[in-house]
Design a binder for this molecule. Structure first.
Ligand code: TYM
Length: 333
């Protein structure tokens, strides 16, 4: 039987965080044993934001090394670079013509960026960003998209565009489903618990990087905001106790333990006890990833071979599927 297709990607826009791992990569590692997986490094999304002294080429190899270090296996999954497969941008233009200004304007991430950059220097790439993302997904006839909570709205838009297209032209696109974990789909920023942990945050104390140093982990987790309710009880309540719930989420996601069990084990203990144990869990978990990462990161020809192979596999599928789409809309006889 033909395996279902999984597609997901990460922007090589900075060092990856435990949020990227827990929300997305952790799911990928499991899914590659069951599905036909495409894991993309979405460099074209990255150029929507300009950073000074940023070396994109290096960042792509850093990201690839993280994928591998976390357990993405190039023998099981297709790992490739978005900009190397021209069909992504070609399909993106076509889908632009089947989506509306109004629906793009409503995207929460777009609105947040307008506020973050004070409505200044917002390039059109930021606006059309979700359409390129829809193209990434639809090009491969994807069934499942493993992502964190923040990408959910983009997948809804992608599904709407695909349905609209199918209604016009017959069943061209598979309608993809998002895969979002119940716990860990939104790891919060450590000090500002109203927002997600983000690799583009300027406050480094909000983030634990996958390559974070041991001593920083203790320091950052210790500084993490906890909740100032009178009880100071360790319990999972994401609305009223987001800080401590976030720590519980990290602990549970990395150990596989149930949150209810963790809460039981910490009954009567202090916030600092949980924080200390969570730091130890993080250190233990990241040690292996970091060891793998530093073993491969400087093997550039090995990394480039993986990209070369992945690109060939992705191109083959992208080319066939894109030709079918072009035929359907009469761009090709
Ligand atoms: P990006 O690079 O911002 O994030 C990559 C993945 O990590 C997840 N994530 C989180 N999950 C839990 N908690 C967090 N704090 C956290 N921060 C990030 C994201 O939800 C995402 O799954 N637009 C996408 C990249 C993309 C893509 C695609 C994804 C482009 N094309 C096609 C899926 C399918 C993005 O910017 O992700």
């Amino acid at each position: 039987m033909k395996k279902n297709i999984v597609f997901s990607g990460i922007q090589p826009s900075g060092k990856l965080t435990i949020g990227n791992y827990i929300g997305a990569i952790k799911q990928w590692v499991k899914m590659q044993n069951k599905y036909n997986c495409f894991f993309c490094i979405v460099d074209l999304h990255t150029i929507t934001l300009k950073k000074k002294n940023f070396d994109l080429n290096n960042a792509i190899l850093d990201t690839l090394s993280i994928y591998l270090a976390c357990g993405i296996n190039p023998k099981k999954s297709v790992i490739f670079i978005q900009s190397h497969i021209s069909e992504h941008t070609q399909l993106s233009w076509i889908l632009n013509c089947y989506s509306y200004y109004g629906e793009l304007k409503r995207m929460t991430q777009f609105k947040n960026k307008l506020i973050k950059y004070n409505f200044k220097n917002i390039n059109s790439g930021i606006f059309f960003y979700p359409i390129l993302m829809a193209s990434d997904i639809l090009l491969y006839q994807t069934s499942y998209v493993p992502i964190g909570e923040d990408q959910k709205q983009h997948i809804e838009l992608c599904r709407n565009i695909a349905n609209r297209f199918n209604n016009n032209y017959g069943n061209i696109f598979n309608i993809p489903k998002p895969c979002i974990l119940k716990y860990g789909s939104k790891i919060l920023s450590l000090q500002e618990t109203k927002k997600k942990m983000s690799k583009s945050d300027n406050n480094y104390n909000n983030i634990i990087y996958l390559l974070e140093k041991k001593e920083n982990i203790f320091k950052k987790i210790k500084l993490a905001k906890t909740d100032s309710d009178k009880t100071r009880k360790i319990k999972y309540d994401i609305i009223n106790k987001p800080g401590i719930s976030n720590i519980l989420n990290i602990f549970a996601s990395l150990t596989g333990e149930k949150i209810t069990n963790i809460v039981k084990n910490f009954n009567g203990k202090m916030y600092n006890d949980l924080k200390y144990e969570t730091s130890k869990v993080l250190i233990y978990f990241l040690e292996k990833i970091q060891e793998n990462y530093y073993n491969i990161r400087n093997k550039e020809s090995f990394l480039k071979d993986i990209i070369y192979d992945g690109n060939i596999k992705a191109k083959k599928i992208a080319k066939i599927n894109f030709l079918k789409i072009k035929k359907k809309i009469n761009l090709l006889k």
